[in-house]
Ligand binder design. Structure first.
Ligand code: GSH
Length: 382
């Protein structure tokens, strides 16, 4: 669920074309030692953030260092994480043994947060959850980044704040690929680049956010799989997720039903004052119905928005069939399976979800995924 306070601006931002330039401090020192051979694997560069970067098929070390300089040129000021008064609303216990403590700041039914939880649960991470109130957003007041999910990670070296679902998943996946890695060094592989968008606004973006970092170049067969995985992760963020709002908020009644479900699964009545819950449900539903209509046009959904949702689900299941395996990742889910599953799970209590299960074949894969995620099938033994 997207906090409605900012919805109009978010709607305006999503999918917008951007003009960009690299900013940074010239001559800043390159990283003392390369954590890894930063192999940004062969990419469909044109797809990368839609920045018109189609000429790139391979990123090399020089390119990456340019970006690293950018990130190091102007280090953002950090809040004093130790002084934050973090009051978790839930604790999830998995059996993955990693030397870090995680706190996820989230909205329970935000598709991006669901995507992160699907990843964390599947891999057996233990983590605390802070349910953020969508109106006042008190619990993330300390953060300059104002969206959820935010993952705060505490290691023996201190705190790291990870923003953006895709970034969180790529960083933790890269972390899991290596043994005894330093999280800070993994994070350094995902530098932020500043650019100015078409509206003249300053933006920060992590250009390689769909890439995992390997210490050794994987075999060609694996490279091809990784490229597919990135493509479908990106499709989830750029296309699939945009099917949700116009469908869930198709009518005022459906929007109200959705918000009541959000209130239940997010346990809003336990965590937030009654006035705020009532505001979120009633005003939120109405606002989202209006915005859902705008998003329908913006993302060129069909008149009957359900048909667009079914089309995208069918595209996914067709590809699974073509793959000839239960998951896009083969015999076990990969990050694209987790992304699509996570996003779709965010509307599980809505009519749109039920209709999708009735009118498409995605349910077979979906419930297989649910079983895997809920039983933490991806947990790697210590
Ligand atoms: N690209 C981000 C998008 C996150 C996002 O848009 N989150 C929404 C909630 S679904 C948000 O926090 N919006 C700001 C607000 O609610 O004020 C990600 O993948 O994490």
């Amino acid at each position: 669920m997207v906090g409605f306070r900012r919805l109009v601006s978010i709607a305006g931002r999503w999918g917008g074309a951007v003009r960009w330039h690299v900013t940074g401090t010239a001559g800043a020192a390159p990283p003392k030692r390369a954590l890894m051979r930063l192999t940004l694997l062969s990419a469909s560069g044109g797809a990368l953030l839609g920045l018109g970067y189609s000429a790139y098929t391979h990123y090399d070390i020089n390119n990456t260092q340019l970006a690293l300089r950018t990130a190091r040129g102007a280090p953002p000021s950090q809040p004093d994480y130790d002084k934050l008064n973090i009051v978790p609303t839930k604790t999830i216990v998995g059996s993955l043994n990693v030397p870090m403590e995680l706190v996820l700041f989230q909205y329970q039914t935000c598709p991006f947060c669901c995507k992160v939880r699907a990843f964390l649960d599947y891999n057996g991470f233990s983590y605390k959850v802070v349910e953020v109130d969508a109106v006042l957003r008190q619990s993330i007041k300390w953060s300059k980044y104002k969206k959820v999910p935010i993952l705060l990670v505490k290691t023996e070296k201190g705190y790291k704040q990870l923003n953006d679902s895709t970034v969180i998943i790529s960083i933790l996946s890269t972390y899991l690929l290596g043994k005894n890695q330093d999280l800070g060094e993994v994070i350094d592989c995902y530098p932020s680049v500043s650019y100015v968008d078409d509206d003249g606004k300053n933006k920060d973006e992590i250009l390689n956010k769909y890439f995992l970092m390997y210490q050794n170049l994987p075999a060609d067969r694996v490279l091809a799989k990784l490229s597919d995985e990135r493509r479908w992760r990106k499709w989830t963020d750029d296309t699939f997720v945009h099917m949700l709002s116009p469908n869930v908020y198709r009518t005022v009644d459906e929007a109200l039903q959705a918000f009541n479900w959000f209130a239940n699964v997010g346990e809003w009545r336990q965590h937030f004052p009654a006035w705020e819950v009532s505001l979120m449900v009633n005003v939120g539903a109405y606002a989202m119905w209006l915005i859902g209509n705008r998003l329908k046009k913006k993302h060129n959904l069909k008149d009957d928005v359900r048909l667009s949702l079914y089309d995208e689900c069918n595209q996914w299941t067709r590809e699974l069939k073509r793959n000839g395996s239960p998951y896009m990742g083969g015999e076990s889910p990969d990050l694209s399976d987790l992304a699509v599953y996570g996003v779709l799970s965010s509307i599980e209590g809505c009519d749109a979800f039920k209709d999708t299960m009735d009118h498409t074949k995605i349910g077979i894969w979906y419930y297989r995924m649910k079983n895997h995620v809920d039983s933490r099938k991806g947990t790697v033994a210590a």
